[in-house]
Design a binder for this molecule. Structure first.
Ligand code: PMP
Length: 412
């Protein structure tokens, strides 16, 4: 594959050129948030400087330009995730809001009209981020449905036949991740969604960790809802999307009731607008949408394949280096399409490793990574996680491995 021109790309990221604690920053916390290149920041600034106005229904020129910018961003992102004529995309504040919109949208219409009812089954997995678990716990509580959690094997892998065994005629929702943020595990989500759809369930895919390098394509999936965030794909914070089949999105009761999402309103009642406005009540984050679309353009221009190959090569290098250190165990070493390494260190608390790494300018994340049940299931305490982006280098990974080896020497 073609190598990425990383030095050239890094010029667009001033944050990466700084020193932390007197050393060059090695930013390896990209699974939490990626940085934004100049192209993305410029696109947002252009909107703010020239077109800023509230969208829809404004007859004046700026309002029309802002509306066009917003709708163009929607089109760009739909293309990015392989949406076809049967799909629609609504903007949200991020993956968390998208998943809440789905979970709450399936019960909030009330006991007569909601998709979820007493006795139904909801399936999610133990690999999920809390954002794809807690909203389903609430959905189960509010409806009397039963929440069943698909458990991984001892290596943290999900198996198709285990999902098959949990599917019942009254399973109404299956919600899984495309890429687990805590371990880097990449479940066979295509086949899982297909199986779930065949069983009559609505299917939900958490694509937060996949959209920057291994973008799930709606056109090729049995996916009713897909959630993702701008800030994990070189775009801004506070913006994200829920995309999916139009007929599935139409089942959702809106999360945000108010302006811009209604057709008519009397003192007693209101009629909701059609998609996508129906699920986008209130003034949206237009600059965010513009920035997220610019990020999709940016990624596409560089090329998804070389980006995926690059982060995978860094992950392989980190996996080899860290596994060779006495006392270090990397989780899910088998994972494909993973852009991160999570590891446990014998007799050393990850917080101490994280602190020592920060002293050396290396930014990693420590803790449970919003996936407490997974850690419980695997019998693990907190872990240390290094995660890679298109702008990271082999030299940064070398520094990581050397610093972890040093940490184990002095802390163990
Ligand atoms: N799901 C996964 C797999 C994630 O990694 C994250 C972010 N760590 C989320 C959901 C939540 O995304 P956000 O914080 O952008 O809403």
């Amino acid at each position: 594959h073609q190598a990425l021109p990383v030095a050239q790309l890094r010029v667009q990221y001033p944050a990466l050129a700084q020193q932390v604690n007197g050393v060059a920053l090695a930013y390896l916390d990209n699974a939490a948030t990626t940085h934004m290149p100049a192209q993305v920041r410029r696109a947002m600034d252009e909107f703010e400087c020239h077109d800023r106005a509230n969208i829809h229904r404004g007859v004046h020129t700026l309002s029309q330009r802002a509306t066009d910018d917003f709708e163009r961003a929607r089109t760009t992102l739909k293309q990015y995730i392989g949406a076809t004529g049967v799909h629609e995309l609504v903007f949200t504040s991020g993956t968390t809001e998208s998943l809440n919109l789905v979970a709450q949208g399936l019960w909030a219409a009330g006991p007569d009209k909601a998709w979820l009812r007493r006795g139904d089954r909801i399936i999610t997995s133990a690999l999920e981020h809390h954002a794809n678990l807690v909203p389903w716990q609430q959905a189960a509580r509010m409806t009397g449905a039963e929440l069943v959690v698909l458990q991984p094997d001892a290596q943290g892998r999900l198996h198709l036949q285990d999902l098959q065994a949990l599917l019942t005629p009254n399973t109404r929702v299956v919600a899984i991740t495309a890429s687990a943020n805590a371990t880097g595990e990449r479940p066979p989500y295509e086949a899982m969604l297909q199986l779930a759809r065949q069983a009559g369930a609505l299917t939900v895919l958490d694509a937060a960790q996949a959209v920057s390098h291994a973008v799930p394509q709606l056109s090729q999936l049995d996916c009713d809802f897909m959630a993702f965030s701008g800030h994990k794909m070189y775009g801004p914070m506070g913006i994200g999307a829920l995309a999916g089949r139009r007929d599935a999105l139409e089942r959702l009761y809106p999360l945000r009731l108010g302006g811009d999402m209604v057709e008519w309103v009397t003192c007693e009642a209101a009629g909701f607008a059609g998609l996508p406005a129906r699920l986008e009540g209130g003034t949206p984050n237009v600059a965010g949408a513009v920035g997220m679309a610019a990020a999709a353009h940016y990624i596409t221009q560089i090329g998804l394949e070389p980006i995926d190959a690059h982060v995978h090569a860094l992950r392989a290098q980190a996996l080899a280096g860290l596994s060779a250190i006495d006392g270090i165990t990397v989780l899910a070493p088998h994972a494909t399409q993973s852009a991160l390494v999570s590891f446990v260190a014998r007799d050393v608390h990850p917080h101490d490793i994280g602190t020592l790494l920060d002293e050396r300018g290396i930014a990693v994340r420590t803790g449970h990574h919003c996936a407490q049940p997974l850690h419980d299931h695997l019998g693990l305490g907190p872990t240390t996680r290094a995660s890679f982006a298109l702008y990271n280098t082999a030299e940064e990974v070398e520094r990581l491995v050397a610093a972890v080896a040093y940490a184990m020497e002095v802390l163990q």
